[in-house]
Design a protein around this ligand. Sequence first.
Ligand SMILES: Nc1ncnc2c1ncn2[C@@H]1O[C@H](COP(=O)(O)OP(=O)(O)OP(=O)(O)O)[C@@H](O)[C@H]1O
Ligand SMILES: N[C@@H](CCO)C(=O)O
Length: 343
Amino acid sequence: MTTSTVRVRVPATSANLGPGFDALGLALDLHDEIEVTLDEPGGGSGTGPHAGVRISIEGEGAGELDEGEDHLIIKAMRKTFDRMGVDQPRNIRLHCVNRIPHARGLGSSSAAICAGILAARALAAPYAARAGPEGGHGGATGDDDATGGNRRAPGAELLSDDEVFALATELEGHPDNVAPCLAGGLTIAWLDQSGRPSMVKLNPHEGIRPVVCVPRQRLSTERARGLLPRDVPHADAAANAGRAALLIAALTRRPDSRLLLAATEDRLHQDYRAPAMPQTAHLVKTLRAKGVPAVVSGAGPTVLAFTTPDTQDLIAPEVGNDWLIQPLSVDPVGSFVQFPETR
Ligand SMILES: Nc1ncnc2c1ncn2[C@@H]1O[C@H](COP(=O)(O)OP(=O)(O)OP(=O)(O)O)[C@@H](O)[C@H]1O
Ligand SMILES: N[C@@H](CCO)C(=O)O
């Protein structure tokens, strides 16, 4: 029996950030961790039927999530082995430590998909490649740096970082959570005419203090996307384009509350989704009236506020007991891969 193990750590992400629907995203210092072990009888690569998937889960989703082939991480791993053209492993052991809340607008599905893809890619890497530089994604590495700066993560010869990003986007459906999950920091992601994603990573100003207010209520992204209209007024699209541009300036150069308040205005998604999350809509409105730049995080129902020292204390009095208030820093690194046996 040969055994190989990999560990992957992936961050929570907040997408949209107000006006940047399906484009902007921020990686946050809240992580899921997985450990995946492949046991191959006789050391073979293992073909034929999937002999066994064993999953254990700590934290969010324990006792709720599928513990077999329908688990999202296993599905992402299977897809990745197929995409790389390598045999499916027979026995997969997956241990998950889940800290990112599910269906709250903090990118849990992107994190699971990225974790599965990166684990599969690393496990398919030749053993000699495993002692190389750590890290999950060698994509964007600094200001104004588009994807493609591959620093040869283990398995990159089988599936490049750009291909990891493309596969994760294909599985998630849009690139705005996947980009910061892989690369960390603040990302601008877009699709070309053929649907292929690209990103630019930026480092937010150190004065930016994200705070998330997480409600108990869940809302699936699928349902929230179903509330969006097919067409929007030209004036609303134009307003969002200007605000999204302003937001990049505010988040990277001038993080003062007045500018951030104007820069986080949205007309493309938040109001349309409000009926599905009235408490979220109310909290966003109340905080903004007090001068706190607050938005719906991702598809909701979490609220994200960009606080500064002058607004930090304004949040708690507005938030009832049903919400968890979490100040989080920005994760500048993104996904991270480690082989315990090479340590
Ligand atoms: N760690 C995980 N393991 C397995 N499945 C997961 C995991 N995380 C999320 N999922 C699946 O993804 C679903 C949540 O995905 P969904 O896209 O609705 O919300 P989200 O990703 O948390 O929020 P958003 O996309 O708005 O940021 C969960 O209900 C679960 O089925
Ligand atoms: N841009 C996505 C983010 C959530 O996955 C949405 O708002 O639907």
